[in-house]
Design a binder for this molecule. Structure first.
Ligand SMILES: NC(=O)C1=CN([C@@H]2O[C@H](COP(=O)(O)OP(=O)(O)OC[C@H]3O[C@@H](n4cnc5c(N)ncnc54)[C@H](O)[C@@H]3O)[C@@H](O)[C@H]2O)C=CC1
Ligand SMILES: O=C(CO)COP(=O)(O)O
Ligand SMILES: [Zn+2]
Length: 350
């Protein structure tokens, strides 16, 4: 008897475009969420558009500002939401406040509206929350946002490096899918053809259009935001972050442990993808295509551009497998000699 079942959770409204921040009130009316909201944000996005967002929300919105992601930040949001007796959450900013709000909303059983101010990562739409804790990182299942309102005018006015980080997070889907397929072959990890194909296609489309992703063009924010939505949907179909997170993400999470906030998530996973593509396929593999695509976009391709010295890059690569129980090309860990060879051949160090 066939007994398999799946539950794919997706946002109901995804609104992307010029000036759509002013449609936030209408989006919320359409969702039929009522009552008092809590805006979960970080200092810069709050300063930039916090008031504009609160004006749209009416009903005396409360605000909590989180400086970094973590279970303590989630706890603070949960406590504030209870104390202020709010009925839904609005995540406003980059990946950290949105992930924090997503997990807090899940804990509280409340709906979340995601308002990204940067096209910097693909958690904008996903049903995952990525939360660091001690030496590890949890990719926690959480309901995806009920709606996403991404204003390309706001995003395009932000630092260009945030958009190149989003591009690199998408480019890293190549190696994430490679790792997922490897884990399927070697460890019988469940693999979804649809999620894998969608994730890979998203990366291919972005790389094909890399030449048209240019600083100062609002259309670039549009192209990247669409790709981030597509990648988030792949994660929702898979019911895991596997389509968008393999060994290149383990490497990045490890760098975060060594030096939090030194470089952007997307930039770290992009450099990780160059190394991991080399580990999968060797000298003739597609690591050069990945490096060239990142370079055209203007994303970092070396450890030094990320702000890490050579030995730190090697340390992160040789210890990345310990971040979480996720089988990748790193297996139970690679030797220092293999790591040094990979980062030297690919030009990530030296
Ligand atoms: N849940 C998921 O599926 C995923 C989660 N993530 C998580 O997202 C996080 C990374 O997100 P980021 O956005 O890189 O970090 P972030 O939220 O710290 O934002 C980076 C910086 O950009 C600033 N910023 C945001 N919008 C701005 C604007 N319009 N103008 C000027 N500055 C602006 C912020 O103030 C912050 O200083 C990581 O913790 C990562 O694990 C990443 C991918 C997927
Ligand atoms: O960053 C992500 C996908 O781009 C989320 O992945 P993690 O599960 O590794 O946090
Ligand atoms: Zn990522």
């Amino acid at each position: 008897m066939f007994e398999k079942s799946t539950w794919i959770k997706l946002p109901r409204n995804v609104v992307v475009g010029h000036g759509v921040l002013d449609d936030l009130g209408a989006v919320i009316d359409d969702l039929a969420v009522a009552g008092r909201p809590l805006v979960v944000t970080s200092p810069t996005p709050n300063r930039l558009v916090g008031d504009r967002v609160r004006t749209q929300l009416g009903a005396d919105p409360a605000t909590v500002t989180v400086a970094s992601a973590g279970f303590d930040a989630v706890e603070r949001v949960v406590e504030t939401a209870r104390a202020e007796e709010v009925t839904y959450l609005v995540g406003l900013g980059g990946g950290k406040p949105i992930d924090t709000a997503k997990m807090a909303a899940d804990r509280l059983g409340l709906g979340l509206v995601s308002v990204p101010t940067a096209a910097s990562h693909d958690g904008i739409v996903s049903g995952r929350s990525s939360i660091p804790e001690g030496d590890t990182r949890h990719s926690v299942a959480a309901d995806p946002p009920l709606a996403v309102v991404a204003d390309t005018e706001v995003i395009a006015a932000g630092p260009w490096e945030l958009t190149t980080a989003g591009c690199a997070d998408i480019v890293s889907n190549y190696t994430a899918v490679e790792d997922w397929q490897l884990a399927y072959r070697l460890q019988d990890v469940p693999y979804s053809e649809y999620a894998g194909a969608l994730s890979r296609m998203t990366a291919e489309l972005l790389v094909e259009n890399a030449g048209s992703i240019k600083e100062g063009l609002e259309e670039s924010a549009w192209v990247v935001m669409k790709a981030l939505v597509s990648s988030g949907v792949a994660m929702s179909i898979a019911g895991s972050s596997r389509p968008a997170s393999g060994a290149e993400h383990l490497f990045s999470h490890r760098l975060d442990r060594i030096a939090p906030d030194r470089a952007l998530h997307g930039h770290q996973v992009g450099v990780g993808a160059i190394i991991v593509a080399y580990l999968h396929e060797g000298e003739r593999g597609m690591w050069r295509d990945i490096r060239d695509a990142l370079s055209v976009i203007g994303a970092p391709t070396t450890g030094a551009e990320l702000g890490f010295d050579d030995e730190t890059v090697i340390e992160a690569l040789t210890t990345a497998h310990r971040i979480r129980d996720r089988y990748t090309i790193l297996g139970d860990g690679i030797s220092e000699a293999a790591a040094r060879e990979a980062v030297t051949v690919t030009g990530v160090i030296g």
